[in-house]
Ligand binder design. Structure first.
Ligand code: ADP
Length: 486
């Protein structure tokens, strides 16, 4: 089984967000999944990335393997591919005139990012042809590589090379549609998708075109797969996506269980396991000292670790905490991003003796919060999958989260009668969050119950192996269905 995995970013080459985690972890795990590498009938995954300026070229032995001409209205453009390897996984990096040798992975400027990722998508297809490596599955991710799906499916009837390739488009974050990329699509010979079920405004955007043409669509959680069919989460495409609902499913992302392990995390003052949760209190005291909070083991310490973004409901958390000033607790908010939200967090820090706002990106402090605070606030307006709640549970930190997307799929709400792993609320407003924090604070007073919540969270299986097995089954099913049709 040959899988051609395209991504804009992948750890450890270059990582900006969750997509980088998935693309850096899933392909090597898939490759290890019970198939001896290179064995006949085995699984051969290969990863293709743009050779971004930020990638350390010296760190990887880059071997030139192919040069391809890519059609452009102003004349052909040369794409060059280099090969390297990581944990036995073949990785191809593509360079060319549209992939700047400096600058970030995403500039946010469609005039730069549009041509860059359309060029990359087409070059990745031509690279497979140039290597004479016929993929059984093209696995593209988000808007950046959705044009590869669109191009492949548009040409599949006439193009013998890709005739048997099935296309899978994975959605990590629906609202990023690739708006403003229409002129780049056309310049590279990809016409708008007129005469389709797509709304007119979306007919020249890469993600909608990919969603329209992909043989299958997978989201990063089963919950999000259902939500994108609704007006609240569908980014204006819900009616169109409903026409494709039979071909949409969700698979939860996994967590890197080696990196996120409270029994050996070097950033924690003390390591602990499910069996010795008492030791964890030393981390709480150390965290209180680090933040200049009173050393009170009896007070609940709430954490929040997040990009400061409207999506993450930072404003809801700040309002809810402000409303809880009749109770005794402590809170730490670690995050950077939107200046208005940063300022609001600072203001709450100044106004309330119970809140500390730390406005920076600090992976070490994040780990000390996961391993020292009692509960983590995750009031996201939408959450395709989310890692923070999985890390929190693994660290015995109880999530208080909005019941949406991957949060709803991974956290079981605590009730008197149910063995929960956290606290969930439905409506995206500060009142609902405040009421849920009150519910959690009441249970916190009952040590036996609270420890039950912690222990059950720490027992959950968030391994990548579990996710990879589901991708494998999805690939097998798609290939079998395709062969059945042929
Ligand atoms: P998203 O990818 O949408 O930002 P996730 O919950 O999937 O949200 O992943 C966020 C990751 O980034 C988590 O590992 C979290 O710990 C980390 N993170 C977010 N903000 C910070 C910060 N200010 N400092 C350190 N780590 C952070």
């Amino acid at each position: 089984m040959k899988i051609w995995f395209l991504s804009a970013e992948a750890d450890p080459f270059i990582k900006v967000g969750g997509l980088g985690d998935v693309a850096g972890t899933l392909p090597p795990v898939l490759r290890r999944l019970g198939y001896p590498p290179g064995s006949p009938g085995g699984l051969d995954v290969r990863l293709v990335l743009p050779l971004h300026g930020g990638i350390d070229k010296q760190a990887y032995r880059l071997k030139p393997v192919a040069a391809m001409e890519i059609y452009h209205a102003r004349g052909p453009m040369l794409a060059e591919a280099y090969q390297t390897e990581i944990e036995g996984l073949p990785v191809y990096l593509i360079a060319g005139p549209m992939i700047p040798e400096d600058g970030p992975v995403y500039t946010g400027d469609a005039g730069i990012d549009g041509p860059k990722f359309v060029f990359f998508s087409l070059a990745a297809l031509e690279l497979a042809r140039s290597l004479d490596w016929k993929p059984d599955v093209l696995h593209a991710n988000d808007w950046h590589t959705a044009a590869a799906v669109y191009a492949l499916v548009s040409k599949r009837g006439l193009d013998l090379f890709f005739q048997e390739t099935v296309t899978l488009l994975e959605v990590h974050n629906l609202p990023y549609l690739g708006a403003g990329t229409g002129s780049a699509l056309q310049a590279f010979g990809l016409p708008p998708g007129t005469g389709t079920d797509l709304p007119e405004w979306a007919q020249n955007m890469p993600l909608p075109l990919g969603l329209q043409t992909a043989d299958h669509i997978v989201t990063v959680s089963p919950g999000y797969a259902g939500e994108i069919l609704t007006p609240e989460f569908g980014s204006g495409l819900h009616d169109f996506l409903a026409t494709r609902s039979g071909s949409i499913s969700g698979i939860l992302n996994g967590l890197d269980l080696v990196s996120w392990d409270p029994t050996r995390d070097p950033h924690l003052p003390v390591n602990y396991s499910r069996a010795d949760l008492k030791v964890r209190l030393e981390n709480k005291s150390a965290l209180q000292a680090e933040l200049g909070l009173p050393l009170r083991k009896d007070l609940p310490l709430l954490g929040m670790i997040t990009r400061m973004d409207h999506q993450k409901g930072v404003d809801l958390a700040l309002d809810a905490l402000a409303g809880l000033d009749d109770m005794a607790w402590q809170a730490v908010i670690l995050g950077t991003g939107d200046p208005d939200l940063e300022r609001a967090a600072e203001q709450l820090d100044a106004a309330s003796g119970q809140v500390r706002a730390v406005l920076r990106f600090d992976p070490g402090l994040a780990r000390r919060i996961y391993g020292g605070a009692d509960a983590l606030l995750i009031p996201s307006r939408y959450e395709p999958c989310g890692l923070a709640q999985m890390i929190a549970m693994r660290y015995g930190n109880v999530p208080i989260a909005r019941a949406t997307g991957g949060l709803k799929d991974t956290i079981r709400d605590y009730h008197e009668t149910s063995a929960g792993t956290g606290f969930l609320f439905s409506e995206p407003n500060a009142q609902a969050l405040e009421a849920t924090i009150r519910r959690a604070l009441n249970i916190f007073g009952d040590k036996r119950r609270w420890q039950g919540l912690q222990r059950r969270g720490m027992q959950q299986d968030f391994s990548w192996e579990r996710s990879a097995q589901q991708y494998l089954e999805l690939y097998e099913g798609l290939i079998a269905a395709n062969r059945g049709q042929a």
